[in-house]
Design a protein around this ligand. Structure first.
Ligand SMILES: NC(=O)c1ccc[n+]([C@@H]2O[C@H](COP(=O)([O-])OP(=O)(O)OC[C@H]3O[C@@H](n4cnc5c(N)ncnc54)[C@H](O)[C@@H]3O)[C@@H](O)[C@H]2O)c1
Length: 335
């Protein structure tokens, strides 16, 4: 396809949950995709190895030279690499900082040295912290509660500063919590956790319950990244966009999961929790500026997981480290 604005795209952290859906979608649209990733969760693109427009680089973003090398002849970067998920930080705060903050300067340097034209940064809507009020927009104050969110915010600031002195078009997205089935699946995200527990245990433990969580279907977040790659410069440059769809409390989410699975015997049990993150985001800006309308619901996400589970595509869903960032980090003993 010749009408792509930026044909050669480097997706840093492209072998993760989001990348495993984004990369195949972009390949189908004709992009030349380079994935730069440690492949902590395995060789997710083994079925795509013969595809000529996919290049895979197994390397660490803390390796400055490799990153600069991999960014040659690239038009646009989507930066997804991260030790994701707040509790992962319980592992080793220094490791988290080295990847989620320090290495961001390597990414910016690689972008600068290779004259990257557009840069898309995956931040997180968790940077707002706990908010009493609803409909949190992009200009709301950010009160990050954890290192993960704190460094997301710091990287946003670094990127905005970088953008003031370099030509590079740059845009920040603050996604809601993603849900739904992908080949590299995460089951440590709220809708996915509730669903796998209902499927395996026929019981959903609701930790807390009143906390509000914004959600977005994996297929919609893929559409967001593709839109940010193709949008005109004047609409995205220097901008921050929330990207969420349905905001619900954890308890409401659990009820939805139960209703989609359709088994009245599924038990809902409330358990006290110290995970108090609670926020309700407003995503009107991305709709008003870029025309983005979500298409997929939480129910669709639950159905995709139920379907995959039924087909035997989710193995040992409650314990398999492949689906849990913390467990995998412990297993591979990343330093
Ligand atoms: N999934 C969500 O609900 C969600 C919500 C908001 C924001 N985000 C952000 O979107 C991005 C993608 O999320 P995800 O769910 O796909 O995460 P993920 O953990 O599934 O993927 C992250 C990828 O980064 C790679 N990686 C980690 N450390 C690396 C390093 N040092 N060098 C190279 N690669 C490394 C991992 O191997 C993995 O493939 C992340 O930045 C995340 O913070 C995700």
């Amino acid at each position: 396809m010749s009408n792509l604005k930026f044909k050669n795209v480097l997706i840093i952290g492209g072998a993760g949950y989001v990348g495993s859906a984004l990369v195949p979608s972009m390949l189908k649209k004709g992009y030349n995709v380079t994935v730069y990733d440690l492949y902590l969760y395995g060789d997710v693109f083994s079925n795509l190895e013969d595809i000529p427009n996919l290049t895979q680089v197994k390397a660490d973003i803390r390796n400055r030279e490799k990153l600069i090398e991999a960014s040659k002849d690239i038009d646009a970067i989507v930066h997804l690499a991260c030790i994701s998920n707040d509790p992962s930080y319980e592992l080793d705060p220094a490791l988290g900082k080295s990847i989620n903050y320090d290495a961001f300067f390597n990414v910016l340097e690689a972008a600068e040295k290779n004259n990257i034209k557009r840069f898309i940064y995956a931040s997180s809507s968790s940077i707002y912290g706990i908010k009493e009020e609803r409909d949190i927009r992009e200009d709301a104050s950010c009160e990050p509660l954890t290192d993960y969110s704190k460094y997301k915010l710091e990287c946003e600031k670094e990127l905005l500063e970088f953008g003031k002195v370099h030509e590079m078009e740059h845009v920040i997205v603050r996604p809601a919590t993603v849900c739904g089935y992908t080949p590299r699946l995460r089951l440590d995200l709220v809708v996915n956790i509730l669903t796998i527990n209902a499927l395996v245990n026929r019981k959903i433990k609701i930790f807390g319950g009143n906390q509000l969580r914004p959600n977005i279907h994996i297929k919609d977040i893929v559409r967001v990244y593709e839109l940010l790659l193709s949008a005109p410069k004047e609409k995205i440059n220097g901008q921050i966009f929330n990207a969420g769809y349905q905001n619900y409390s954890v308890e409401e989410l659990a009820k939805k999961v139960k209703s989609v699975i359709g088994d009245p015997k599924i038990e809902l049990e409330s358990v006290p929790s110290d995970d108090i993150r609670s926020y309700h985001i407003n995503s009107d800006k991305i709709r008003d500026v870029l025309g983005f309308e979500p298409r997929y619901t939480i129910e669709d996400a639950v159905r995709s997981l139920v379907d995959a589970y039924g087909k035997g595509l989710i193995e040992d869903g409650l314990k398999n480290p492949l689906y849990y960032n913390i467990k995998m980090m412990q297993k591979v003993n990343l330093r």
